[in-house]
Structure formats: structure tokens, C-alpha cells
Design a protein around this ligand. Sequence first.
Ligand code: NAI
Ligand code: OAA
Length: 273
Amino acid sequence: MSRETMSVARVAVVGLGGIGQKVVEALDQGIAGLTLAAISVQNPDKHAAFLAELGKTPPVLPIADLEAVADIVIECAPAPLLPEIVRPFVTKGKTAIVLSVGALLFNDDLVALAKTHGGQIVVPTGALIGLDAVTAAAEGKIHSVKMVTRKPVKGLAGAPYIVENKIDIDSITEPLKIFEGTAREAAKGFPANLNVAVALSLAGVGPDATTLQIWADPALTRNVHRVEVDADSARFSMQIENIPSENPKTGRITALSVIALLRKRGAALRVGT
Ligand SMILES: NC(=O)C1=CN([C@@H]2O[C@H](COP(=O)(O)OP(=O)(O)OC[C@H]3O[C@@H](n4cnc5c(N)ncnc54)[C@H](O)[C@@H]3O)[C@@H](O)[C@H]2O)C=CC1
Ligand SMILES: O=C([O-])CC(=O)C(=O)O
């Protein structure tokens, strides 16, 4: 089948927050080979004005009804919803694009289900950088992957680790290291703040061997992620300084990463792994 005659894939989006709104707008404006089939939201009234502005308002459906009308689902929702969004799609051999990456670690069955049924779970680079290089290095031997994240206080507020350990970040006046551990531990303690560490770990040496420090820094306005990789093919370090979106926990570039991924799917020239 030529690219021109390729059938159009139907996309469903769950969650209209910082990421979902931008992705829906891009789909509404047009991405080759894709059509926006439906969305799922928690409170339709809250999004009535946004939906009315779209060129073509998609149907708003419960999560459980999306698989019947779509080939691809994009999860841009709170992490606990991940399994109910992804499971129906991968069980039917379809694709789930996942933003709440940390939740994959607590729902091992999903990747197994995708494997059994020919589905696919896709993790975009999201708020991070360089997952192409990390996956390439992982074809050889990676000796270590270390990440240091620095965030403004409001980008970390409310994380379970901070609440459980009664860390008073609101009154800090200088940078404070609030966590040091593995990507798996971070996914548990910071489910809405450290998906990037889990994405990095899945690209490289896994969630138990990827180490992470998290700093709260009252002087920062951006979410800063620095990664150091040492492998038998290369040694590299990379840093991204994300401008927060309307959601202070989420960098603006995250939605753009999803949109770029969607565009690559149907592109005649595809750059990057
Ligand atoms: N992989 C990555 O690089 C990144 C991942 N994330 C993660 O992506 C996810 C989405 O992030 P944001 O858009 O910034 O979050 P957000 O909080 O701005 O938006 C989530 C939306 O989901 C909606 N929602 C809640 N319950 C729902 C339900 N039952 N059905 C449908 N929608 C529901 C909320 O009302 C909200 O509008 C979060 O889990 C976040 O931690 C965020 C940044 C980077
Ligand atoms: O940096 C960001 O924008 C968001 C982030 O760390 C994450 O969700 O993992």
C-alpha cells in the first residue's frame, strides 16, 4: 500500500489538561494519516468552550467506549487511569501512546498483553531529551545512567514522597536535595513529576539501575533534567530546561513531543530513531 492510499488511523485522547489540549488542537488542525475520533474527559462541562472552538468537535465518550471507535489511544490523564485506558487497546492489537509512564512499572501485565495480542505501547520522549541515543547505546552495553532533576517548588508540591516524609519545601530558601534513589522508587514517590526518569530507564538500563536525584530549587522557573550516560559506544551528557505549561509539573515540550511523534508516523522522511 502506498503512503497516499494508507488508511486513516482513528485517534482517541484521554484527558484535556496541559498535554491533552495541545494534542487535540494539533489533531483538529490536521496531522497526515490521522483523524480525531473521540475524547474522554472527567468533566465535560469544564471543557465545553475548548471543544466548541475546535474545527470539528469530537464525540466525548467514557474511557471504556473508546476502543470501539479508535485505533490509537493517547493517554494524557492522571497515572491511576493508565491501565483502564491502555488495556482495551493493546488487547485488540492496537496502539496506546502513554504519558503517565511511571504507572507502567506498576502494571506489568500491559506490556505482556501487548506482546500477546500484537499491540504496542509507545512512550514518547516527552519532557526529556535524547532517548534516541539511549536506546541506541542500549544495543551495546550501558555501564551507567544517572539523572539529576531540579524543579521549582510548585513543580513538586503534593508529591506522595514529600507528603509522607513531611518535607517542608514551601519554606526553603536554597536548593534542597529531597530524593536520591532509583527510577522505580521515584515513580512511586513522585507519580506526577518524574515520568521522565522512568522513560529514561525503560530506554536504557531499567528502573532499578537508573539512579536519580531530585532537587527542589526556589530560584528556578524551569524543570531541569540532566542525564549522564556511560556506555561502551559513547559517553554523553544532556540537559533540558523545560518551560512549564499551564500545569506547573509539566513542561510545554511534552505535548510537542507527542505531536511530533504523531507526525512522524505518516511522514515520507522520518528523522531520529
Ligand atoms: N512522559 C512525560 O514526559 C510526561 C508525562 N506527564 C504525565 O502525563 C499525564 C498528563 O499530564 P498533564 O496533561 O500535564 O496533566 P493535567 O493534570 O494537566 O491533565 C490531566 C487531565 O486529565 C483529566 N482527567 C482526570 N480524570 C479523568 C478521567 N476519569 N477521564 C478523563 N480525563 C480525566 C483531568 O481533568 C485533567 O484535565 C500525567 O500523568 C503527567 O504526570 C507529564 C509531563 C511529562
Ligand atoms: O519536566 C517536566 O516537564 C515533567 C516531568 O519532569 C515529568 O513529568 O516527568
